[in-house]
Design a protein around this ligand. Structure first.
Ligand code: ACO
Length: 273
């Protein structure tokens, strides 16, 4: 049964349960209301494969209900060096194919595979949680996009963001283009993606890619402090507020006012009804 479900999700029979050893190059731990996902292939700079994205999606599907904050981090000196470069070779990643096999696939198969990969990123925006990327060192391509999928980015002073896809003949397709434009604006997003240049800590803070820059030795504490602040507010109000904020750009002022009213009515009913 689990095998059959795994096949539907992309063919990787991984069990990413809290506290279990790394699967798909990931570790997953839950401590009360805080879950931590650690990319755990430091010897390959946490390069990611389809199995990684499948494992991420599985964590999202099975996230314990009590979790309110999800921290995404990388083991070792880099957050993630992006997609595993073996995907560019004819042999690909064992059991997961290569870009040549993806290119040969029919449109429906390709679309399904991409949606499965994107599912690993999309759930990090859920209103019920706040996701924090704790980024040290390189966050390249798919790794940069994983940081962008999170609500907040707290970074070490050695951070190096790079949207490298165009340099490799690809486009960013792991949900990163929308948050990038929303965070830094269209012109800066074009600059970063179309030059594939590296963004270091000072610029990341200045253009809005990073909420906070700290010394590498202070990163874990800075993330823990932020999690504590996030957990200090009312859980349901936080989810309702995140829904409002995330919907704001797609609504007119009048629609947003109405949405605020609807959320507040529900809050008042829950608090005093
Ligand atoms: N895929 C597979 N293996 C990788 C990757 C990757 N993306 N990145 C690094 N590795 C491996 C290296 O091959 C090396 O393995 P080895 O020890 O067996 O030789 C090991 O990780 C360490 O890598 P170094 O390059 O020695 O580490 P360093 O700290 O000097 O550099 C850096 C890190 C800058 C991240 C460099 O490894 C790099 O440029 N990697 C490739 C980044 C890339 O182009 N990613 C694709 C982006 S596009 C996308 O994600 C869609």
């Amino acid at each position: 049964m689990a095998e059959a479900q795994a096949q539907q999700r992309g063919g990787y029979a991984e069990d990413v349960s809290a506290g279990q050893p790394a699967q798909g190059g990931l570790r997953f731990e839950v401590d009360g209301e805080i879950a931590t996902i650690t990319l755990d292939r430091p010897e390959k700079r946490n390069a990611m494969t389809f199995a990684t994205w499948s494992a991420l999606a599985r964590i999202g599907e099975n996230l314990p209900e009590q979790v309110r904050v999800v921290v995404v981090k990388g083991e070792g000196p880099s957050f993630s060096a992006g997609i595993d470069l073996r995907m560019f070779t004819p042999e690909g990643v064992p059991g997961q194919g290569s870009f040549s096999s993806a290119a040969a696939a029919d449109a429906a198969t390709f679309e399904q595979r991409l949606q499965q990969a994107q599912a690993g990123y999309l759930w990090l925006r859920r209103p019920e949680i706040v996701s924090i990327a704790a980024v040290r060192g390189h966050a390249i391509g798919a790794g940069f996009q994983l940081a962008l999928a999170c609500d907040l980015r707290i970074v070490a002073d050695d951070v190096a963001f790079c949207m490298k896809e165009a340099a490799l003949g690809l486009v960013p397709d792991l949900t990163g283009t929308k948050p990038l434009v929303e965070l830094v604006g269209l012109a800066k997003a074009k600059d970063l993606c179309l030059t594939a240049r590296v963004v270091h800590a000072d610029e990341a803070a200045r253009i809005g890619l990073a909420e906070k820059v700290v010394a590498g030795s202070d990163l874990d504490q800075a993330v823990a402090d932020k999690a504590e602040q996030l957990l200090a507010v009312n859980r349901d109000a936080a989810a309702a507020t995140k829904r409002l904020l995330q919907g704001a750009q797609g609504r007119s002022l009048e629609e947003q006012c109405a949405a605020e009213g609807a959320e507040q009515a529900a809050r008042l009913k829950a608090l005093f009804g």
